[in-house]
Design a protein. Structure first.
Length: 368
């Protein structure tokens, strides 16, 4: 690639990245491809690399595309080296190989989630498509021999939230293909005998965090929740809402249990003495995925008893997490917010991590 060649793509919002982590994201794919050709991969990352601010997905795709191109066009037994260094103003990623390089007219495709083909296939390299949750597709990544595998992989990626690479190869070759972490091999019965590699990247909405109240803990939850990638809605009294300029959305008052925004949301009641019962009634009457209350155990149990006396169903009341958060010894508002969001993350990840038996004690915050 010519030095300093611009890539005219619109990238996603940037985030702080550690270069070693980005490189490790690529390795399962790269090691599989290199091993199949007897090629050695050498990674040389400078010890003093600064934090990189970039779109993780785009950087990962660029490195995968460059390295796989180098492996594909290097001879058996060759060595492909990735060198990463830094100057005062640039992070430099250098690929050293014996291949023929990337044509200049293809450089602009380096950030594309990719389809790579070999031999005869209906799809063309660089083809892209959008697959909806219902299986409908916009775009083109191959014919009937490919589409079933792509749709299946896309459905799995939407469920787990994780990107994956699939390798679609003739059935005869699939039987002999060794299993590789991070790569799914799918058998193809296409008479053409062609192969495809398709990168599947789920595009998911942000998880919804609804913070009820205007306490200092509510402020901390709003700030930290947005930093962690949640779509944060703050519900509070009208006079308090101007304090939450960082929130993605706001709601005045605590009478919106049937609001669509509550569906599947993570709701934290952080009113701390200001309309506690109204906020808790709203949260527990909704179809939220998680409801927690910041406050002492005694207060939460008193409020539950009051709501039970009003006629609220026991199942609704039993859904309350209280006191909110994992037991990390939290004291300050920021620490309390951290413990609550840690519990929410644990709740979200239990199924994926297979940790349904993991338990954590909760701490009692003396906040009124």
């Amino acid at each position: 690639m010519p030095p300093h060649t611009p890539i005219n793509k619109t990238m996603s919002p940037r985030e702080p990245l550690f270069v070693n982590n980005v490189v490790q994201d690529c390795m399962p794919i790269i090691e599989h491809l290199a091993g199949s050709k007897g090629i050695k991969c050498r990674i040389e990352v400078s010890d003093d690399m600064p934090v990189l601010f970039a779109d993780r997905s785009s950087i990962t795709q660029i490195l995968i595309n460059l390295l796989t191109n180098a492996i594909k066009y290097s001879g058996e037994g060759a060595t492909v080296t990735l060198q990463v260094t830094a100057t005062n103003s640039h992070n430099i990623f250098k690929i050293i190989d014996t291949g023929r390089g990337i044509p200049e007219d293809k450089i602009s495709t380096l950030t594309d989630p990719f389809v790579r083909t070999e031999e005869l296939t209906a799809a063309k390299a660089g083809a892209k498509a959008v697959i909806r949750p219902d299986g409908s597709i916009i775009g083109w990544v191959g014919g009937g021999c490919t589409l079933g595998a792509v749709k299946k992989a896309a459905a799995e990626a939407l469920e787990t939230g994780l990107s994956k690479l699939i390798h679609i190869i003739p059935a005869a070759l699939a039987e002999a293909a060794p299993p590789v972490d991070g790569i799914d091999v799918h058998k193809s019965g296409c008479p053409s005998g062609g192969t495809e590699e398709v990168f599947i990247e789920p595009i998911l909405p942000k998880p919804a965090l609804i913070v009820m109240g205007a306490s200092s803990a509510a402020q901390a939850l709003c700030d930290l929740g947005r930093h962690m990638g949640f779509w944060v809605t703050v519900a509070a009294l009208a006079d308090d809402l101007p304090d939450f300029k960082a929130a993605d959305d706001t709601v005045e008052g605590f009478d919106f249990a049937d609001d669509p925004r509550m569906g599947g949301a993570f709701v934290v009641v952080a009113t701390q003495g200001k309309r506690d019962r109204d906020a808790l009634r709203c949260a527990l009457s909704s179809n939220a995925a998680y409801v927690a209350m910041i406050g002492s155990r005694r207060k939460a149990e008193k409020l539950k008893a009051d709501l039970r006396a009003e006629g609220m169903a026991v199942d609704n009341l039993d859904a309350l997490h209280y006191p909110a958060g994992l037991d990390i010894g939290a004291v300050t508002p920021d620490e309390i917010a951290l413990s609550v969001l840690a519990e929410i993350v644990q709740d979200r990840r239990k199924a994926d991590a297979g940790s349904k038996n993991v338990t954590a004690r909760k701490t009692s915050f003396s906040t009124g």
